[in-house]
Write a protein that binds this ligand. Structure first.
Ligand code: NAD
Length: 490
């Protein structure tokens, strides 16, 4: 297919908000334009919801909770989710191209995101009729049992790095439990969450069960979280916004799941399979140009294999060609000019304040024909001290820092030495050492000999500043039902 034709699949998308099954403009007519991060070209627009619009969405969602959705059997609810998975797979190619144009990520990754999103609907489809309670033995004079009830209207506040997968990750278990959802996608990447409404309509989801209020965080997001009829907020984003959301939710005692940032270590011990460690490290940090909460952004390497690891990593990184996501380049652009500025500031600070050595990268890029794009070179900063800003803070870009240890005994302390606790990886052939690391490391996920091992069925979430609550797997469901206990004296 010629280039222009391939790109036009996802261009000129002028979408509307989704409230109560209707496609609406914002009540004040405001819209947000969205650009292709690789070229800076505007590719579409969508409404910027006002606080009033958000109020209407929550009202509709509340009404939907009591309507057809409530009268459907859990098995029928599950079938809707299963149909949504199948339709999303049918639409995956178009949806992946749109995700790539909107976010910048390489097409192979966007295709993976569509498959993951479909898998969330499929996995939770099977759970809809299995959320059953217990009977409690109180002796012959009583009958006591529990019911699992949907918590109610749930809010889903979405970041820009995994637009559709984060939406599906929260919405699919919420719907399986019988809740309704109001989604606030990130203003930079709202297209696929809006388009998901068409897929759910076709799957037979009743109107008002899935609503999307596109808009700015400060207005639409803030109004959604503050709405007294929201029973649970599933938030994925930065630590600072998450802290504010938790405070706001406290005013009406809504429960929250906070999926926040990370600064996850990838430890490589001297006995490791270095081929696997090199592949794992590259994927851990350069997927989605490092804009991944669970990115392995700190390599912790034993001195005996440090030189060899650096040599192999630098050779591979130097060969990575940046380019357009639709051309499936080795590395795509960052999401915005602001994000490039943030990343460049961190690397410049490491050079200036810590005199750190940038082994490769460390500069902005402008591939031919994409001079207005938001590219930053894949970067490795060697031998960084534990207290350097680039080691302590989430950069959210393609920047790997390297910390050197002299013995495996040091690995847990270095791995735990940041305020975050999302993921931790280790490469070693010593299974006892790996298991001791898994026991002692402060992280929600531990990956042994394959970074990012796991998938939809494996629970996911953080400790410390990375947040709390779990998504994915069976663990996610507990955010979306509450237990009611009924006891009868016979
Ligand atoms: P962000 O906190 O700026 O925004 C996230 C969402 O919150 C957006 O939809 C935004 O519009 C909304 N928002 C902003 N202000 C708000 C307010 N006052 N009230 C309600 N909503 C508001 O984060 P971001 O820059 O979009 O995403 C990057 C961050 O997300 C990184 O820190 C990354 O680690 C984190 N993240 C975490 C996970 C995870 O699962 N742990 C996954 C992806 C991203």
């Amino acid at each position: 297919m010629p280039k222009t034709e391939r790109w036009s699949v996802a261009e000129n998308l002028d979408l509307k908000m989704v409230i109560g099954g209707k496609r609406l403009e914002a009540s004040n007519g405001a819209r947000i334009e969205t650009e292709d991060p690789a070229t800076g070209r505007v590719i579409g627009s969508f409404p910027a919801a006002t606080a009033d619009d958000v109020g209407r969405a929550v009202e509709n969602s509340r009404a939907a909770l009591k309507g057809e959705w409530r009268s459907m059997t859990p098995t029928a609810r599950g079938r809707v989710l299963a149909r949504a998975a199948a339709i999303l797979r049918r639409e995956a190619d178009r949806m992946a191209r749109i995700e790539t144009l909107d976010s910048g990520k390489p097409l192979r990754e966007a295709r993976g995101d569509m498959e993951t999103s479909a898998s969330y609907f499929e996995y939770y489809a099977g759970m809809a009729d299995k959320l059953q309670g217990d009977s409690i033995p109180l002796g012959p004079d009583y009958m006591s049992f529990t019911l699992h009830e949907p918590v109610g209207v749930t809010a889903h506040v979405i970041p820009w790095n995994f637009p559709l997968t984060t939406t599906a990750r929260g919405v699919a278990p919420a719907l399986a439990a019988g809740c309704t959802a109001v989604v606030k996608p990130a203003a930079l990447t709202s297209l696929t969450s809006l388009l998901m409404a068409d897929i759910l309509d076709e799957a037979g989801l009743p109107a008002g069960v899935y609503n999307v209020v596109s808009g700015h965080g400060s207005e639409a997001g803030a109004a959604l979280v503050a709405h007294p009829d929201i029973a649970h907020v599933t938030f994925t984003g930065s630590v600072r916004t998450g802290q504010g959301i938790m405070k706001t939710a406290a005013d009406h005692v809504a429960s929250v799941t906070l999926e926040l940032g990370g600064k996850s270590p990838v430890a490589v011990l001297a006995d490791a399979d270095l081929d696997a460690a090199v592949e794992g490290t590259l994927k851990a940090i350069y997927m989605n140009a490092g804009q991944v909460c669970s990115a392995g952004s700190r390599l912790v390497v034993e001195r005996k294999v440090h030189a060899e690891m650096m040599e192999r990593l630098v050779a591979r990184v130097s060969a990575m060609q940046p380019g357009h996501g639709l051309d499936d380049a080795a590395i795509g652009p960052l999401v915005s000019a602001d994000q490039v500025r943030i990343v460049a500031d961190y690397v410049d600070d490491a050079r200036r304040a810590n005199s750190l050595k940038v082994l490769v990268g460390g500069r902005r890029l402008a591939p031919a024909g994409m001079e207005k794009g938001h590219f930053y070179a894949p970067t490795i900063i060697d031998d960084a001290p534990a207290d350097a800003r680039v080691v302590q803070e989430e950069i959210f870009g393609p920047v790997l820092t390297v910390q050197i240890i002299d013995s495996p005994e040091e690995v847990v302390a270095i791995a735990n030495g940041t305020p975050f606790g999302l993921c931790a990886g280790i490469y070693t052939r010593d299974i006892s050492r790996a298991m001791a690391f898994a026991r002692d490391v402060d992280a929600g996920q531990v990956f042994i000999n394959q970074y990012f091992a796991g998938g939809v069925p494996t629970p996911f979430g953080g400790t410390k500043l990375s947040g709390f609550g779990r998504e994915k797997g069976l663990a996610a469901l507990s955010s979306y039902y509450r237990v009611k206990c009924i006891t009868t004296r016979l």
